[in-house]
Design a protein around this ligand. Structure first.
Ligand code: CTP
Ligand code: MG
Length: 555
């Protein structure tokens, strides 16, 4: 079995290779050592960004001759890769080998000039192909293979899970089905690159960078696309010059606070996307939020986008999660399962509110894996001690330094199975003393809660912030109740598992059913009420040595 980690040495094809690899091996490695060099997050980001700049997005007619289409485009230079997908029509993302080819194609592109489509003098890389007839001779039409951009239906997922060989196999199957594909990842970088073209009309040297689950390796197909407008590059050209007679006049800086400057910039970019952004619809400017943002959907790619500015710390935390995800293949499998479990039970939602977020859940899994014996993941403080001079990073006064070279981190010696880890995760958080303790991945141990929010998870870099400040007591309680019930189900099942051929949901499939409680009451009729059974189970767990109190109070 070839270790998954080795594949990270080739991030250009990471997602695709991971998929293939998992399909062929059927199971994930557990803590075996691998010494092949792996790329840094920043290298991956730079390569993807550069690749996106050589790519165009083309809205195609429904019927198209692929060969002729490619031949036609390659008049502008060799094509490195391409794929088709569907999103309110047929689209193609075509990556040229050289950037010049994009310019050459843009030079022959017409801007619409008729009817209501008044042209804006802006050459985007999002093109519309209108065929006269040379490319679509129907006799030669072959069916186009479309890359799938969405996650499997629950029905298909249950089928896949039910015919898996083991709970470990189920977790790896879920990861394989939900993780971002190579094409989806490309499309995310391409979308940012297209938005950057629009923003660059105002700020020529800006960059629009993806962050969050699109890049931290924990993104599920269909997750939102978080991006931020990076204006730091512009500052760099002038910041070093501290002498000289001329000072640039900065209108936008002439405001009471950085926050107001951010709001002004986002307001302008939001307006611009709304009026002229190709394929950007439903633009909302949410400027009074703690972190002001512009939300819109990018119709051609189908992504819901959140654009912020000045978000370097969030990019750093995406890098940290990426590191954790790459250190041990069990991490991503466990995070995906916990995220899907939470979604299936409406613990998380796409609407902002008092619920737990995927980011918080990921931090909880990381913390739990730091608490195993031996630990599966190192603490952030330890990653800081491994940092070299090139890793030093202070952002807005916060020390965000940690090692960026994955090869300097020793693999864990822990060989626990995913099945055990999932069960223990639910048990651990079903019994966590949320009322007094805070989750802290920097130190890898509980801390006293500095404030009274029901759930306290310290932001790894802005340590005075609570990542889960929004979570209400009742939502936390719902999480705890479901975690206990899920621990109970896995515990019971370990004793008496339905055979995979029986068509009964088992293992992870049983946990993902819409209501765990209903499921239990259906299958175990006439038993004591669920709450009583769970209480008994918890008592037995406690008496077998669990130390933490079961209190989650504060109510
Ligand atoms: N973030 C943060 N503190 C928060 C919320 C978010 O630092 N309280 C940062 C994290 O780096 C997070 C990113 O903002 O990854 C994007 O937030 P969000 O979209 O809520 O989370 P994702 O990790 O992208 O997960 P999802 O798939 O649910 O979008
Ligand atoms: Mg997100």
């Amino acid at each position: 079995q070839r270790p998954l980690r080795r594949l990270l040495s080739c991030p250009g094809t990471v997602a695709a290779d991971l998929r293939r690899e998992e399909q062929s091996s059927g199971s994930a490695e557990t803590g075996s050592e691998d010494r092949t060099p792996k790329k840094r997050f920043s290298e991956v980001q730079n390569e993807r960004r550069e690749q996106a700049q050589r790519t165009v997005l083309i809205h195609c007619p429904d019927k198209i001759n692929e060969k002729k289409f490619l031949k036609f485009l390659s008049q502008h230079g060799p094509i490195n890769s391409h794929f088709f997908y569907e999103s309110f029509g047929l689209y193609a993302a075509v990556e040229f080998c050289q950037k010049e080819s994009v310019t050459s194609l843009q030079n022959i592109t017409r801007t619409p000039s008729l009817g209501p489509e008044a042209a804006i003098p802006f050459k985007s890389r999002y093109l519309n192909l209108k065929l006269r007839n040379s490319l679509n001779q129907t006799s030669e039409l072959s069916s186009i293979q479309c890359s799938n951009q969405s996650s499997p239906s629950s029905k298909k997922l249950y089928q896949l899970l039910c015919c898996a060989e083991s709970v470990d196999d189920q977790l790896n199957t879920l990861l394989r089905e939900f993780q971002l594909t190579e094409e989806n990842t490309r499309l995310r970088y391409l979308t940012c690159s297209l938005i950057e073209d629009v923003a660059a009309a105002y700020f020529p040297d800006c960059a629009v960078r993806p962050f969050g689950s699109s890049v931290n390796s924990f993104g599920k197909l269909g997750c939102d696309l978080d991006m931020f407008l990076d204006l730091d590059e512009i500052g760099k050209f002038t910041a070093q010059k501290t002498s000289g007679n001329f000072l640039m006049e900065f209108q936008v800086k002439n405001v009471p606070s950085e926050r107001v400057a951010t709001q002004k910039i986002l307001s302008v970019i939001g307006e611009c996307l709304d009026q002229f952004g190709p394929g950007c619809v439903g633009v909302q400017r949410i400027l009074n939020a703690r972190c002001p943002l512009v939300r819109f959907s990018h119709q051609a790619s189908g992504f819901q986008c959140d654009l912020t500015t000045n978000n370097r710390i969030a990019l750093k935390s995406s890098e940290l999660l990426y590191m954790y995800g790459a250190l041990d293949s069990r991490v991503r499998a466990l995070v995906f399962s916990v995220r899907c479990w939470a979604r299936a039970h409406s613990l998380t939602s796409s609407i902002p509110g008092a619920w737990i977020t995927n980011f918080s859940l990921t931090m909880m899994v990381i913390f739990f894996l730091q608490r195993r014996s031996p630990p599966i993941l190192p603490t952030l403080d330890y990653l800081k001690t491994l940092a070299g001079a090139e890793d030093k990073c202070i952002i807005e006064g916060h020390n965000c330094t940690f090692v960026g070279d994955l090869n300097r981190i020793k693999p864990s010696r822990n060989t626990e199975t995913l099945e055990l880890l999932l069960k223990e995760f639910f048990e651990y958080f079903g019994n966590f003393a949320f009322n007094k303790n805070s989750i802290n991945i920097r130190q890898g141990r509980e801390q006293n809660k500095p404030e009274s929010s029901p759930l306290h998870i310290q932001n790894p870099f802005e340590t005075s912030l609570n990542v889960s400040k929004n979570v209400s007591q009742s939502q936390l309680q719902k999480f705890v109740d479901l975690a206990r019930e899920s621990a109970w189900i896995l515990h019971q099942e370990g004793k008496d598992r339905p055979s995979p051929s029986s068509n009964q949901p088992w293992g992870l499939a049983a946990l993902l059913l819409p209501s765990v409680a209903n499921n239990m009451s259906l299958s175990k009729k006439k038993k004591k009420p669920a709450s009583e059974r769970i209480k008994n189970l918890l008592d037995s767990i406690k008496s077998s040595g669990a130390e933490n109190s079961t209190a989650t109070n504060g109510r």
